[in-house]
Design a protein around this ligand. Structure first.
Ligand SMILES: C=C1C[C@]23C[C@H]1CC[C@H]2[C@@]12CCC[C@@](C)(C(=O)O1)[C@H]2[C@@H]3C(=O)O
Ligand SMILES: O=C(O)CCC(=O)C(=O)O
Ligand SMILES: [Fe+2]
Length: 342
């Protein structure tokens, strides 16, 4: 019997998927898996035409691969080995950094675990800011992550600017988004995810289907079998399908979050995604989330609002939105929507 600490099943020594981690087929097979036809956009973000390509991908897919992203390969490698070291520690050591007194930061299950009757085949470190990154991981696996946080924030600022340009906004039309332009004042967080190999991957899920709440998520994943899938529901003619987001060399995965969907008055799609597991490959991912400063209310950019129908969503701050999601999860976005005007 694999070792069981008081509340954590040891995923690393499991010979089967226990009932606690066994998901129903109806949940896991809610949509078919797309054939290899579906191709997620791969965008060179230093291309002169990058703004319209990034804008187009975020409208239709809500996700794309970014190349020429400028994050040094050895920095990504360092973060990956830092994460592997963290996750390879004994469970009781990792549990010492479990989130305490209301903080989000620390080792454990992703916050969305609370919404599901079954446990996911993954573990994670949630880091709500660089200071938390230091506080949580310094006694476990010292790593100076500051340059990673800085580089990811700079990249996120580049991507955000491309999106704003693609919306055709000029300075004053930026309105309250103005100070956000370079995202220098933005708030950010990192989620390190570990998906151990699974003896019965068809019965488990690494990370259940969700949308991210922030403006943008920039994700680095280890090479190998992959596991991230995005839901492509392009049009009525075909049912929605899960599309694999396989690891690609020199590519980071960028996806739109709920708050960018709100800011763009619904133009950019907050893509639903999940992570499946496999028998052979212990997968790690590092997701960087960037959003508005904690006190800033985010509503639809005025220029994008059709004056007849008014804005789609009411303004919320990121913390407010996380609170709404804690209560309503998948219904969070609908709960901040102004009722459809008939
Ligand atoms: C700043 C963030 C963003 C969070 C909450 C908080 C810290 C942890 C992030 C995640 C990481 C795992 C999926 C998710 C859905 C989750 O449960 O925790 C993310 C969530 C969000 O994107 O809303
Ligand atoms: O590990 C992945 O590929 C997805 C992780 C994710 O969706 C998240 O951390 O929000
Ligand atoms: Fe996510």
């Amino acid at each position: 019997m694999p070792s069981l600490s008081k509340e954590h099943f040891d995923l690393y020594s499991a010979f089967h998927v226990p009932e606690t981690h066994a998901w129903s087929s109806s949940h896991l097979h809610d949509h078919p898996i797309a054939g290899d036809g579906a191709t997620i956009p791969v965008i060179d973000i230093s291309d002169p035409d990058a703004a319209s390509m990034v804008g187009g991908a975020c409208r239709s897919w809500g996700v794309f691969y970014a190349t020429s992203h400028g994050i040094p390969a050895d920095l990504l490698h360092q973060v990956e080995s830092h994460a592997r070291r963290l996750f390879s520690l004994p469970l009781h050591r990792k549990l010492q950094t479990a989130p305490r007194d209301g903080s989000l930061s620390g080792y454990g299950r992703p916050p969305i675990s609370a919404f599901f009757p079954k446990l996911m085949w993954s573990e994670g470190f949630t880091l709500a800011g660089h200071d938390d990154h230091l506080a949580v991981t310094s006694q476990l696996s010292p790593f100076d992550s500051l340059s990673f946080w800085k580089e990811m924030k700079k990249l996120a600022g580049r991507l955000f600017r491309l999106l704003i340009i693609s919306l055709g906004l000029d300075e004053e039309e930026m309105g309250q988004v103005g100070p956000l332009k370079e995202l220098s004042q933005a708030a950010d967080a990192i989620q390190l995810n570990s998906y151990p190999t699974c003896p019965e991957p068809e019965r488990a899920i690494g990370m259940a289907a969700h949308t991210d709440s922030a403006f943008l998520t920039v994700l680095h994943q280890t090479d190998g079998a992959g596991g991230l899938q995005v839901l492509r529901d392009q049009d009525e003619s075909e049912s929605a399908r899960w599309v694999d987001v396989l690891p690609r060399p020199d590519c980071l995965v960028v996806n739109v979050g709920d708050l960018l969907h709100i800011l763009s008055n619904g133009r950019f799609k907050s893509v639903r995604h999940r992570a499946v597991v496999n028998r052979a490959d212990h997968r790690i991912s590092a997701a960087y989330f960037i959003g508005p400063p904690a006190h800033m209310k985010v509503g639809s950019i005025t220029k994008l609002v059709d004056m007849r129908t008014g804005p789609m969503y009411r303004p919320v701050t990121w913390p407010e939105y996380l609170g709404i999601r804690t209560r309503l999860f998948d219904k969070a976005l609908d709960s901040v929507k102004f009722q459809e005007k008939n």
